[in-house]
Design a protein around this ligand. Structure first.
Ligand code: GDP
Ligand code: MN
Length: 301
């Protein structure tokens, strides 16, 4: 046997600390990507956590969108490496073996009737991504969607500083307010929420294989939504306990995934994908949090 054929890793020595950078803890950034946005890539490159401690993992759909995004991603990687700016520990690019929706237009992918199918496909993609890229040295996993185009440069340090099993940033969007004739921001991701009596009632009334989705008038849950708790004058470090999370920018201790928390592609307590993940993490005994005053920005299409 070659001498490097057997690897020993003591998972007890793998730490997740609020001062992760000082402890040289490794972070795996995972991005399902149906479109490549240069702004996403530029923002990623600017993250100030030591890149040699960061690994990147991407999963792209096997459709035409995926072909296009893959070319652009590879091009961006090539450019960065010729400019000697590519210091990541490892980059893994996966092509999905499961299906995706054909139309990714915002109005199509946000229609209520496609949510179960779409979110279930996304769940499979996220699971493939995390289960193939997590390594014995991964301390933290940052889920970062491909259309998150602006975050603080200290995103990783800021999220790990809270030292929570799961913690989600608040996903907003920049837009031009026509009435006030000025640039403004608005809430984008409504999947970060606190469960409500009404939400539980709706769930209890549903057949076993039906899901509750958030942000649709047809299904009024009255759940407190983190997006609406943003206070421009508030403390960036304010935490709020959550029951559901979105996937925009979420930091997860790798042990949460190692313990088996994944993205259910099937209704789990009537929840799927990232919201089902939050539920599963909680059932495993982990607490889930969000930072209402810590904003990251979603692309405005
Ligand atoms: P929304 O922000 O809730 O509308 O959801 P998105 O459509 O933006 O999807 C969330 C993330 O998954 C983004 O990073 C997308 O680029 C990515 N994505 C969307 N559809 C697919 C897909 O079919 N396969 C993969 N691998 N990624 C996808
Ligand atoms: Mn998106």
């Amino acid at each position: 046997l070659p001498s490097d054929h057997i690897s020993h890793y003591d998972l007890n020595k793998l730490t997740t600390s609020p001062d992760a950078l000082a402890k040289k803890e490794e972070v795996l950034i995972l991005t399902p990507m149906s479109r490549f946005l240069p702004q996403y890539w530029a923002n990623l490159q600017k993250l100030s956590y030591d890149h040699s401690l960061i690994s990147l993992g991407f999963i792209l759909p096997r459709n035409n969108d995926g072909d296009v995004a893959l070319k652009q991603l590879e091009e961006a990687i090539k450019d960065a490496s010729t400019n000697n700016q590519l210091k990541y520990k490892k980059i893994t690019i996966l092509r999905q073996d499961s299906n995706s929706l054909d139309s990714q237009l915002e109005k199509d992918r946000h229609a209520l009737k496609v949510q179960k199918e779409r979110r279930s496909m996304m769940a499979l993609a996220r699971n493939s991504l995390v289960f193939t890229t997590i390594s014995p040295t991964t301390s933290w996993i940052l889920w970062l969607d491909a259309d998150i185009v602006e975050t603080p440069e200290t995103l990783i340090q800021d999220l790990v500083a809270h030292n929570k099993p799961v913690i989600s940033a608040n996903v907003y969007q920049r837009y031009y307010n026509e009435e006030e004739k000025k640039n403004a921001i608005r809430a984008y991701d409504f999947n970060n929420w606190v469960e409500s009596e009404e939400g539980l009632k709706i769930a209890a009334s549903l057949p076993e294989d039906e899901i509750v989705v958030e942000g649709y008038a047809e299904m009024a849950t009255y759940r407190p939504l983190m997006a609406l708790f943003y206070d421009a004058n508030g403390d960036q470090h304010t935490e709020m306990a959550l029951d559901g999370v979105g996937g925009g920018a979420v930091m997860v201790k790798a042990d949460v995934h190692r313990d088996g928390a994944m993205f259910p592609s099937f209704p789990f307590y009537h929840l799927i994908e990232t919201e089902g993940f939050a539920k599963m993490a909680k059932r495993l005994g982990y607490e889930v949090f969000g930072l209402p005053n810590y904003l990251v920005y979603h692309y405005n299409e």
